[in-house]
Design a protein around this ligand. Structure first.
Ligand SMILES: NC(=O)c1ccc[n+]([C@@H]2O[C@H](COP(=O)([O-])OP(=O)(O)OC[C@H]3O[C@@H](n4cnc5c(N)ncnc54)[C@H](OP(=O)(O)O)[C@@H]3O)[C@@H](O)[C@H]2O)c1
Length: 333
């Protein structure tokens, strides 16, 4: 069983996306329709990646103060369009309210990124830089979502925000470079790393296991990669709390509490489906021919998040039960 929740080329020298900046002209960008002015009621969210797992849950969770854009509405690789869109939204904030951009858009196919690192970087680095530059120009705030795959995976205790990253795959490299671009372009940023995301929208490991439960008598799933499954709805709720918290800008980790392996998660999915978890057999990563290496251990410590008074996410096993209760139809094939 592969890890389908997320998808090495060696260093290729100067990559275009490493030097990307949000400095394109604003020419031939059609003016976006601004949000209607309304009473000031705290931050207004502009979400990128609205069709993805997290973006979809942000849209579901938030009220009319949130605008959710899909790739067809705004391609974050287009610096001019990004800057025009963010500027228009910032200009039309009602007095007293602030604009928070949430970057939930990303190239998330971990295996495909190995062969297409430039293309992955165009979204994960250039796109992030475009949003950060536009955020800075507009005086807004950026919440940028990143990943546990920035770590090498050779730790034996949860990774803290102070730990040194060392990505082992192209996806992780692009996400780390995206973080660095955000940090360098605007001080008004929250970079939030999360892990093993699943939800009602899009493709994910939980949906894949639910489908395979119907198709196969037994499954083999890797038991030597450990992380924290995160329900996208819980993550969305955490980011909404962050947006209005006023806590210091900077780097945070936020994922489901507790940890398990992909095998453990697959067994739990079987339990939620009323199927026998003994049908899920453990295997090692080396038995599979994955294109991208993965960190063997990528559990994230939410110490920094907790220290500023924000609530941790529920335990991953409770969250999975909640996800099947709320989104069962979408998670089952
Ligand atoms: N999935 C995980 O297990 C996981 C783990 C750790 C961290 N993360 C991070 O969490 C964040 C949200 O992930 P997710 O699971 O919600 O991802 P997702 O379901 O793959 O959604 C990503 C969205 O980004 C959009 N997108 C891609 N390229 C774009 C572009 N150039 N312009 C605008 N939108 C673009 C995609 O649009 P299309 O639908 O048109 O392709 C898609 O809707 C990402 O930053 C990801 O790196 C995810």
């Amino acid at each position: 069983m592969t890890n389908p929740a997320e998808g090495s080329r060696r260093n290729q020298g100067r990559r275009g996306w490493l030097h990307a900046r949000a400095d394109a002209t604003l020419a031939d960008v059609s003016p976006p329709r601004p949000p209607p002015p309304g009473p000031a009621r705290g931050p207004r969210l502009l979400v990128l990646g609205g069709a993805g797992q997290l973006g979809w849950d942000l849209a579901r969770l938030c009220g009319p103060e949130t605008t959710s854009l899909r790739r067809k509405d705004l391609d974050i690789r287009d610096a001019g369009a990004v800057r025009a869109m963010v500027a228009a939204w910032a200009d039309h904030q009602p007095p007293g309210s602030s604009l928070v951009i949430v970057n939930a858009a990303a190239w998330t196919d971990v295996d495909a990124a190995e062969a297409e690192e430039e293309a992955a970087g165009a979204v994960n680095v250039t796109g992030a830089a475009n949003l950060a530059g536009a955020t800075e120009a507009a005086g807004a705030t950026l919440i940028h979502v990143s990943t546990d795959y920035v770590f090498a995976g050779d730790e034996v205790r949860p990774y803290d925000v102070a730990d040194r990253p060392g990505p082992v795959c192209a996806y992780g490299r692009t996400k780390l470079a995206g973080e660095e671009a955000v940090r360098s372009l605007t001080p008004r940023h929250y970079v939030v790393r999360t892990s093993w995301v699943y939800g009602a929208a899009g493709h994910n490991f939980v949906k894949t296991i639910a489908r395979l439960e119907r198709e196969r008598e037994t499954l083999r799933v890797v038991d030597d990669q450990r992380g924290s499954p995160t329900w996208s709805r819980d993550l969305a709720a955490g980011l909404v709390a962050l947006a209005s918290s006023g806590v210091p800008y900077g780097l945070y980790h936020l994922a489901g509490a507790g940890d398990t392996t992909w095998w453990g998660l697959a067994r739990a999915v079987f339990e939620e489906l009323g199927a026998d978890p003994a049908r899920v057999l453990p295997c090692t990563t080396s038995e599979l021919s994955l294109k991208a290496p993965r960190p063997a251990y990528s559990v994230l410590s939410d110490r920094a998040w907790h220290n500023v008074g924000l609530s941790p996410l529920p335990h991953w096993r409770d969250a999975l039960a909640g996800a099947f209760a709320v989104d069962g139809e979408a998670l089952r094939p």
